[in-house]
Design a protein around this ligand. Structure first.
Ligand code: FES
Length: 156
């Protein structure tokens, strides 16, 4: 049985036809699945493998290569702080400690209410805004205590 509604199946099928080579739509399909399920499960990989006519191992390679996709469900708001060199020098560790204190979880965990998950991430391509912070793939800027306070209150 599919873990997708008929409407979701239509969306995923559309990604197989969007590009000259169906595999080119795989990233978008994975992005969609991550958004719906807050992760990409083994069953999801199996489904996409059949849909895209690709080996399951290929789907798994892509789904585990990009940090945007997770194998366990994330919180509704996925907060990430970059741990790259520039961001480390700009105070990433302090930002992480502030977030852990504010959310009451450690990196890699989700709050008990399922609202937030917090992750340490690799370079987010915003090295001039360190320590870079993203929420649900959207760059929010430097993870100051003020920004952390503001975001966590706004998203409650
Ligand atoms: S090192 Fe943090 S965004 Fe590049």
């Amino acid at each position: 049985m599919s873990a997708f509604t008929p409407e979701q199946v239509k969306v995923l099928e559309a990604w197989t036809k969007e590009y000259p080579y169906p595999v080119m739509g795989l990233i978008e399909a994975l992005r969609q699945v991550q958004d719906w399920h807050r992760c990409v499960t083994d069953a999801d990989e199996e489904y996409l493998a059949k849909l895209f006519s690709l080996p399951r191992t290929r789907i798994h390679e892509v789904a585990t290569f990009f940090p945007a996709f997770t194998q366990r469900p994330t919180g509704r708001h996925r907060i990430g702080v970059c741990q790259g060199l520039s961001c480390s020098l700009a105070g990433a560790e302090h930002a992480c400690r502030c977030l852990e204190k504010k959310l009451g979880v450690r990196a890699g965990e989700t709050t008990p209410d399922g609202r937030f998950s917090f992750e340490r991430m690799e370079c987010l391509g915003a090295c001039d805004q360190g320590p870079a912070l993203i929420v649900n793939d959207e760059l929010k800027g430097a993870a100051t205590e003020e920004l952390i306070e503001k975001l966590t209150e706004e998203l409650r």
